[in-house]
Design a protein around this ligand. Structure first.
Ligand code: SIN
Length: 472
């Protein structure tokens, strides 16, 4: 069977693209590594940014550029903001309604972030859209190759139920998300490990801005699972404080916006304060318990499980890896540079909208806007691949020591490719990666390739910019 489009991933970018493809009569196969909800969209707490009106658009653009250190692709940001104006109505027509009140998050000049289910926006949107999805679906399927020849993608190789096989298509759309599992502390779904970025490197597909990795400032990391609990920006947006063990709101020493500075600044400030020996907490005691429970139910119940009596008790926090701005280089229709029928959407892509640091709650928006643009482009081009058969890559997918090396990589990335970077640290990371790469199976090797690209780009960019901060 050959599909019109294979979609790698099952998050918002994947589902929203599939919607338009299916409406145009294109068949889609959605392939996901684990379960459908094992994606970052599902866990998104902060909401979807939507410019309030035509008048707010220039301000949303300005906030996005400012947060991104003006390194963003302006044309892409303008498309993002302008297209956002119609999104709420489009979703409402499809049957999805946000809660009516908008909220403010870090580095937004005004309130313009929409939510649903309090802090469960991603889950609510994902559940709603997935219920309407008409794709064929393959879960628990590991994509270990993309079949490309020159400037055409022909399909993918998967491992499914212990069998390896190729699946062919007229178009391939990569919507596999970011790289969370490369870092010791991260907020991402457990499946998100940067393997598709590694495949891109292997195939000579261009990646851009891979040094631009974002650390979320307020994460509860004292959990037994690798995925740590995000404490949404909306908490600070709605009044929570960041304090140290003396109750001091020290963020003002770093930026006059305090808790509402962009997340690169807040993360760095917390990290530096911790390095000076301080403990750092989120103080949510200004919220009424009933309000807190209703507005932030995910956080409320998760923290209660860990015996933290919110909103009365301080929540210990740390920054943790959250999002990568870099990714597969694409044009304004999310088509991969140099390819006729290969697309990338969402976090795995680099549209240029986020620049050197993403503005809070612009990521789900990007999935919606560029997911639709990719689908429309696929429909317009109506590209057909010739029937071509590919050999299956015979490399061993897993080796005995994979887990050990994956964990060592996470330590290295956190220590040397984290919030503050030095030449010595980056060189140590590269050396570790190069020495470990041939000790692991193919799937882990793809992670290592991605990690190497991040470190290489971080070494090449000698100056600090946005989320990339070098002290030498
Ligand atoms: C958050 O809720 O703080 C995260 C939102 C985002 O990553 O944009």
């Amino acid at each position: 069977m050959k599909f019109d489009c294979i979609i790698i991933g099952s998050g918002l970018a994947a589902i929203w693209s599939a919607k338009f493809l299916n409406e145009a009569g294109f068949s889609t196969l959605m392939v996901t590594k684990n379960q459908v909800w094992d994606c970052n969209s599902f866990y998104a707490q902060g909401g979807v940014t939507i410019a309030n009106d035509e008048k707010d658009m220039p301000l949303h653009i300005e906030d996005t550029l400012k947060a991104g250190s003006f390194y963003n692709k302006k044309e892409a940001v303008e498309i993002l903001s302008k297209s956002s104006l119609k999104l709420r109505d489009e979703l409402a027509k499809y049957g999805f309604r946000f809660e009516p009140n908008v909220t403010k998050e870090g580095a937004h000049s005004v309130a313009r972030v929409y939510h649903k289910g309090g802090d469960a926006t991603g889950r609510e949107i994902h559940k709603f859209l997935f219920n309407k999805d008409k794709s064929f679906f393959l879960d628990e399927a590991l994509v270990f190759d993309i079949l490309v020849d020159n400037d055409v993608a022909y399909g993918i190789s998967v491992l499914h139920k212990n069998k390896k096989y190729n699946i062919y298509a007229n178009n391939v759309l990569i919507a596999s998300g970011g790289i969370g599992a490369l870092y010791k502390y991260d907020t991402n779904a457990r499946t998100i490990a940067g393997e598709m970025q590694g495949l891109a490197i292997e195939k000579g597909i261009k990646l851009k801005d891979m040094e631009m990795t974002q650390f979320h400032p307020t994460v509860f990391i004292e959990m037994k699972f690798s995925q740590k609990l995000l404490l949404t920006e909306a908490l600070r947006g709605e009044g929570a404080y960041v304090v140290d063990e003396n109750g001091k709101r020290f963020l003002f020493n770093y930026d006059k916006r305090g808790e509402l500075a962009s997340r690169d600044i807040v993360s760095r400030a917390i990290f530096l304060h911790q390095q000076e020996g301080h403990k750092v907490y989120l103080d949510v005691s200004m919220f009424d318990e009933e309000f807190f429970q209703k507005r932030f139910p995910t956080i409320y119940y998760k923290l209660k499980d860990y015996d933290i009596n919110v909103p009365y008790e301080l929540i210990p926090i740390s920054p943790a890896f959250h999002y990568i701005m870099g990714g597969i280089e694409v044009d304004l229709n999310s088509k991969v540079t140099g390819f006729k029928n290969l697309y990338a959407v969402g976090e795995v892509s680099n549209t240029g909208v986020h620049g050197a640091n993403r503005l809070a709650s612009n990521s789900l928006l990007e999935c919606f806007i560029f997911g639709k643009r990719a689908a429309k482009e696929i429909i317009k081009q109506n590209f057909k691949t010739e029937n071509k058969k590919f050999e299956i890559n015979s490399e061993e997918l897993f080796k005995n020591d994979d887990k050990k090396y994956k964990n060592l990589l996470r330590e290295q990335m956190w220590k040397n490719v984290g919030i503050i970077r030095t030449k010595e640290g980056l060189n140590e990371a590269i050396e570790f990666i190069e020495n470990s790469m041939d000790k692991v199976g193919r799937m882990a090797k793809l992670r290592f390739l991605t990690a190497k690209e991040i470190v290489k780009s971080a070494l090449e960019r000698k100056e600090s910019l946005g989320a990339h901060y070098r002290i030498n």
